[in-house]
Design a protein around this ligand. Structure first.
Ligand code: MN
Ligand code: MN
Length: 484
């Protein structure tokens, strides 16, 4: 008689040949789970203070300075030489940044790079936004990135931005974040009168021009003044940050959800917040870069973290990943490497020999919308860092695909370091698709793999991620930067 507990040949063969992805909450040690929860607390605090690309970049620049990073321009102006362990950064117009820790090996051997984006979908003001209608002062807007318009109505919004006066003085604006602050909102039509509206397709029942924001309703008390409600708002703006109506023409003013990051679920396993795409990956990648070599020590290869802007509108422009910013940064690092100099060919070779993780969120499997996901290749909450071998839509169009060799190399690094990873493909074939910054880096000749954190309700005002995925992904980026 065979022992009932003894495994059959089929069971043993299945164990040997099949690939099963486990839930990290079930497999991680208690210490790791405690660390993950602590990491989530720090992340929530950071996210609440960094709700725009400028604010997030500002927080990162502050962290860089505290951790002994110096502006690369200083070394360039000095004609200095960077040694292994030296830490430098480049601020890209206060909206994006690059930072590096110089490694032991020459740049020609390639760099280990983590890249993410720090912009998120939002509501921007037009250049002449303030108007008065029917007793209301309103802000006219142009939304930024791929949003479902209707999700942004009837929620509290906060005003964030930068105003540059005639004298060139820059002033930051932030209204709606402190408990005592007023907030803003986009009004929505009551269901009682929405009969016609509800019959329209969701894509047109609320147009981009119908996203105007309530700014006030109290007339300035003066018999002779015109547009008195608008005047009250202008007066308050002038008192708050010295601006006049003309300043809107150059200002960058963004409206984002006014609520803070919160734990989601009775078990507090998830975080709901505005801007997880892509600040969850940006945060994980940035702090992995900061911590991959303690001060005074040097990583093997030079490591770089690139936090880019404008991904949600196509990555173009002087702060986007399609720009020359990454290439230029490597050229500057080469210029500062000393030795026998750094030729244009050396730069090309450094780029081609580099490896990068394109750190971006993935659409988590959502049981509410099961029909658009392929369960076999979707990313799942709690199952760790999602690897997206390729992106694109309808026949992989316009995407980027990582080589088999490079994918395997990344998987091996993760496995060696006990970092759980899972698949991360965006939906069923022909159901849609998307892109990231990966292709712009891949175009420079380097190996790039998309990977990041699964997110629910992507591009909505309140996106949700799993705490354990956030921490696992951070550990994945850390392992990659150390060992790539
Ligand atoms: Mn993204
Ligand atoms: Mn996005």
């Amino acid at each position: 008689m065979a022992d009932a507990n003894e495994k059959t040949q089929g069971q043993l063969l299945s164990e040997k040949l099949s690939f099963k992805i486990k839930n990290v909450w079930e497999t991680a040690g208690e210490k790791e789970i405690a660390q993950a929860c602590g990491f989530a607390e720090e992340y929530k605090r950071f996210l609440d203070l960094g709700k725009t690309e400028r604010e997030f970049t500002g927080l990162c620049l502050q962290a860089l300075r505290e951790e002994g990073f110096a502006p690369i321009e200083e070394a360039l102006d000095r004609g200095g030489v960077l040694k292994p362990g030296d830490r430098v950064y480049r601020n890209l117009r206060d909206k994006a940044l690059l930072c590096a820790i110089i490694g032991e090996r020459p740049l020609r051997d390639g760099l280990a790079i983590a890249g993410a984006h720090v912009d998120s979908p939002r509501i921007d003001l037009k250049t002449n936004p303030l108007y008065e209608d029917s007793g209301f002062a309103l802000f006219d807007t142009h939304y930024y990135g791929g949003i479902k318009h209707y999700q942004w109505t009837a929620i509290p919004l906060a005003m964030h931005g930068v105003v540059v006066g005639r004298d060139g003085q820059k002033k930051n604006l932030c209204v709606g974040e402190d408990a005592g602050d007023p907030v803003f909102t986009i009004s929505d039509l009551l269901p009682h009168l929405a009969q016609e509206q509800m019959e329209k397709k969701a894509s047109d029942f609320l147009g981009g021009e119908e996203l105007d924001i309530l700014a006030g309703s109290r007339p300035y008390r003066d018999e002779k003044a015109e547009e008195k409600v608008k005047l009250t708002v202008l007066q308050i703006l002038n008192e708050t940050c010295g601006m006049t109506e003309e300043d809107f023409a150059s200002a960058e003013i963004e409206f984002v959800p006014a609520f803070k990051a919160r734990d989601v679920g009775l078990d507090r396993s998830m975080i709901g917040a505005y801007g997880h795409d892509d600040r969850s990956c940006a945060y994980a990648a940035f702090f992995a870069a900061l911590r991959c070599a303690p001060p005074g020590s040097a990583p093997e290869k030079t490591i770089v973290c690139f936090l880019s802007d404008k991904e949600e509108v196509g990555s173009m422009g002087n702060t986007g990943a399609e720009s020359r910013a990454l290439e230029n940064f490597l050229a500057y690092l080469g210029r500062l490497a000393g030795g026998t100099g750094f030729s244009p060919e050396d730069l090309r070779r450094a780029l081609e020999k580099s490896s990068m993780l394109s750190a971006d969120v993935n659409a988590a499997y959502d049981p509410n919308f099961a029909q658009v996901y392929d369960k076999k290749t979707a990313s799942w909450f709690g199952k760790g860092m999602a690897l997206s071998k390729y992106t694109g839509r309808r026949g992989k169009l316009g995407g980027s695909e990582a080589n088999a060799e490079f994918c395997r190399r990344v998987q091996a690094i993760l496995d060696r370091n006990g970092v759980r990873w899972q698949y991360g493909n965006l939906g069923k074939v022909d159901k849609g698709g998307g892109g990231t910054i990966a292709l712009y880096a891949a175009n420079l000749g380097m190996d790039v793999l998309d990977c990041g954190i699964p997110v629910l309700s992507m591009h909505s005002p309140f996106e949700v991620i799993s705490k354990i995925d956030l921490y696992t992904t951070y550990r994945g980026y850390l392992a990659f930067l150390k060992e790539a």
